[in-house]
Write a protein that binds this ligand. Structure first.
Ligand code: PLP
Length: 443
C-alpha cells in the first residue's frame, strides 16, 4: 500500500519509505492511501474472538500487503506482550488501561510495533544499521528506548534536557545500555529538538550514517494505536455493555470513547478505526489547558499557540501535529468533524479535583491525563450511552504530584522500581551542533 503526504506536494511512498522518512519531504504527514472497511460479521462477533486474532485482522488491513503474514503475526505477539484491561470505574464509565507496558504509558504499543517493523525491513534489505535520533521531554524517550531495546541493526540516541525530566522518567531511558545511548544535553527540550533537526539536515552526517526519527508522527507508531479501539469495543461487547443498531445499512452503537489528547495521534487512530467500520457512536477529545483543538471545534478556526505547562504534561501541546491528519481524513470539513468529535478542556485545578473526587467515590486512582478523560465522560455522557476513556499512563509515573493530591503514598509498581534502582549511564553534552556531530561521526 502507498502512503501519501497530507500536504499533497510530495510523491506517495511505500510503507518502508514512510517509516524511514517519518515526515514527508513537503512537511506533510503520511496517511495510508486506503482505509479498508471491515465486514459487519467481524464487529458482531468480535467478542467471541481471541484478542490477538482481532488485532491481526486490523493489522492486516493496514500492513498485510507489505509485510508477510508470519512476520506480521510475530510482530503483533511481541508488541502486545502485556495486558490491556477494561476496568469499571462507575456506572456507565469504563477505563481502558493502556499503561501496563514496559514504561507504563500508552506509547509503548506504538514504539514497540515501530521497532519491530523497522527491524523487519532492515533484515529484508540487509541495509546498514539504522540510527534513531529522538529528542524527549520525558515520556517519548522512555517508550522509544524500551521499544527498541535489543532490536538488531538499530541504535537509538535519546537526547534529553539536563535537570528537566523527572528522576523516574530519566531512569527509564538512561539505565538500559545495549543499543540505547542517552545524551544529557545542557539546555532545554527545544535545544535537544534543534540538535536532532540539524542532524537530519546535515549532508555529511547523513552520508556517514543512516538516520531516522521515531517521533509520534511516524506511521508505524501512529496506525497501531487503532488496535486499542477494537480491543476496548470487544471487551465491552463481551460484558454486554454495547448495543448495536443498523442505521441506513451501517452498524452503530451506544459507545462513546474519550481520549486524553495532546498531539492527537491516538484519537486520530480512533477516528480511523471508525472509518474501518468499528461502531463507535462518537468521540470526545479531552484536553488540559492547551485548548487549541477545543477552540477549533467551537469556532472552526485553528489558531496554534505556544504550549502551557500543566499537570498532564504529556498533553502540553500548542500546535498538535496530527491536526493535519484529522482535517485530511474529513476532507477539511469542520461540519463533518464535529459530527464525530466533541471536545473538553480542563485546568490543573479541575484535574486535581477530579482525581480526588473519583478516588474518594470510586476507589479508582486516575493519573492527570486520565483525569481529563474521565471528567469529560462524566460531564458529556447522555442517557443510554456507555463511556470508555483511555487511561494513558500509570499514576505512579507522577508519584510526587499524585501523593500531594490524594494525601496518600502512591504505590510504585515493581517494573518501575527496577528502573529507579538501575545505574544511570548517559553522555553529558553541550547544546552545540558541531560537538554533537563530531560525536556521531566517530560512531
Ligand atoms: C502522549 C500522551 C498523551 C497524548 O497522546 P496524543 O496521541 O499525543 O494525543 C496522553 N497521555 C499520555 C500519558 C501520553 O504520554
Amino acid at each position: 500500500m502507498k502512503y501519501y503526504s497530507t500536504n499533497k506536494k510530495a510523491p506517495s511512498v511505500s510503507l518502508r519509505e514512510a517509516i524511514i522518512k517519518g515526515l514527508a519531504p513537503d512537511g506533510g504527514l503520511y496517511m495510508p492511501e486506503k482505509i479498508k472497511l471491515l465486514v459487519d460479521d467481524f464487529f458482531e462477533n468480535m467478542d467471541k474472538m481471541f484478542l490477538p486474532e482481532i488485532v491481526l485482522t486490523v493489522a492486516n488491513a493496514f500492513f498485510g500487503e507489505d509485510v508477510n503474514a508470519e512476520s506480521l503475526e510475530k510482530i503483533i505477539y511481541d508488541t502486545l506482550s502485556f495486558k490491556i484491561p477494561t476496568v469499571k470505574v462507575e456506572n456507565h464509565i469504563y477505563s481502558l488501561e493502556l499503561f501496563h507496558g514496559p514504561t507504563l504509558a500508552f506509547k509503548d504499543v506504538g514504539a514497540r510495533f515501530m521497532a519491530r517493523l523497522l527491524e523487519y525491513f532492515i533484515h529484508q534489505e540487509s541495509d546498514k544499521d539504522i540510527n534513531v535520533l529522538v529528542a524527549t521531554s520525558g515520556d517519548t524517550g522512555s517508550a522509544v528506548a524500551n521499544g527498541f531495546l535489543g532490536v538488531k541493526g538499530v541504535h537509538v540516541y535519546v537526547l534529553y534536557p539536563k535537570g528537566k525530566v523527572s528522576k523516574i522518567q530519566e531512569s527509564q531511558f538512561t539505565t538500559l545500555g545495549q543499543n540505547i545511548t542517552a545524551m544529557e544535553i545542557n539546555g532545554t527540550f527545544d535545544d535537544c529538538q534543534a540538535l536532532v533537526k540539524s542532524a537530519f539536515m546535515d549532508q555529511e552526517l547523513n552520508e556517514h550514517m543512516q538516520l531516522t526519527s521515531a517521533n509520534s508522527i511516524n506511521v508505524a507508531r501512529f496506525l497501531p494505536q487503532a488496535f486499542y479501539y477494537f480491543l476496548g469495543y470487544a471487551r465491552l461487547k463481551k460484558k454486554g455493555l454495547i448495543q448495536l443498531n443498523k442505521q441506513d445499512g451501517k452498524l452503530t452503537s451506544n459507545l462513546v470513547v474519550c481520549v486524553p489528547s495532546g498531539n492527537f495521534g491516538n484519537i486520530t487512530a480512533g477516528l480511523i478505526s471508525k472509518r474501518m467500520g468499528l461502531p463507535i457512536k462518537r468521540f470526545i477529545a479531552a484536553n488540559n489547558a492547551n485548548d487549541v483543538f477545543y477552540k477549533y471545534l467551537k469556532t472552526g478556526k485553528y489558531t496554534p499557540k505556544p504550549s502551557k505547562q500543566t499537570l498532564a504534561n504529556a498533553m502540553d501541546v500548542g500546535d498538535p501535529s496530527n491536526f493535519a491528519r484529522i482535517i485530511d481524513l474529513y476532507e477539511h470539513s469542520h461540519e463533518a468533524i464535529i459530527q464525530d468529535v466533541s471536545g473538553a478542556s480542563y485546568t490543573d485545578g479541575q484535574i486535581r479535583e477530579t482525581i480526588k473526587d473519583c478516588y474518594q467515590r470510586n476507589g479508582y486512582l486516575l493519573d492527570p491525563h486520565g483525569s481529563c478523560g474521565y471528567r469529560a465522560l462524566k460531564e458529556g455522557l447522555k442517557p443510554g450511552e456507555t463511556g470508555l476513556f483511555l487511561e494513558t499512563a500509570a499514576p505512579a509515573k507522577f508519584k510526587e504530584k499524585m501523593d500531594a493530591i490524594i494525601g496518600e503514598d502512591t504505590d510504585i509498581p515493581e517494573r518501575l522500581a527496577k528502573f529507579i534502582q538501575g545505574k544511570k549511564q548517559s553522555i553529558p553534552m553541550e547544546k552545540d551542533f558541531q560537538v554533537f556531530k563530531d560525536f556521531l561521526m566517530k560512531r
